[in-house]
Design a protein around this ligand. Sequence first.
Ligand SMILES: Nc1ncnc2c1ncn2[C@@H]1O[C@H](COP(=O)(O)OP(=O)(O)OP(=O)(O)O)[C@@H](O)[C@H]1O
Length: 238
Amino acid sequence: MTTHATDHQAAADTVGSIGLRLDDVTLTLGDGDTAVTALDHVGLTVAPGEFVAVVGPSGSGKSSLLAVAGGLQRPTSGTVHIAGTELTALSDKERTAARLRHIGFVFQQSNLLASLTVREQLLLPLHIDRRLDTTARARADELIEAVGLTHRAGSRPHQLSGGERQRAGLARALMTSPAVLLVDEPTSALDRVRSAEAVRLIAEQTHERSTATVMVTHDTAIMDAADRVYEMVDGRLS
Ligand SMILES: Nc1ncnc2c1ncn2[C@@H]1O[C@H](COP(=O)(O)OP(=O)(O)OP(=O)(O)O)[C@@H](O)[C@H]1O
């Protein structure tokens, strides 16, 4: 299924129903002759509980889309709203705070810390923030169970398979109950069956936890699990 970027705008625009919204976003990278339009007037609205896949070839702008949607990069023009907050109107410091609070990232490389167990990976940010209480511990255990890693809760990354590492990364991203979940190529390291499982798990968690989820990939086989699929070509979404 491929739908047009504006089709769902009106439906998702009612107050309170917006998880993520990009309006007329453009991102230019590099200068002068080497300047590249990584995002070209992109509009995208994702409601809470909705799972959107963005499919496109290498270099089409998918990583740029996640960087801008997640507040890691300021767009050259256009606006980004997350859970009712205009990300693009915030200072760098405020944007970082909003990112930590409202956005969960699942990156291609799961970025797990080698010395920590699965459970510790989830609890670390709360430990640093001195917010490590019984509620947080219970939430970590619930998420570890949701991604099927209870038997691996005490394992360190080198003791896990690629798929298990990805699931640990997903559980960690969900720890803050983010409004928006941004996923980069979850399937690249995995075989077909495991890829489909990973994507199904992300779809399930999106619906259960009402996150507005965007997953970018060049694997068209994942499309079935998504509520909507967009194509990215030369920085344009259609
Ligand atoms: N820092 C940069 N300076 C200049 N151009 C850049 C920079 N980063 C990315 N680009 C260019 O912007 C375009 C979009 O890149 P982007 O990484 O978003 O694509 P992608 O679809 O995620 O690719 P891949 O699937 O290979 O990760 C590409 O043409 C890329 O070469």
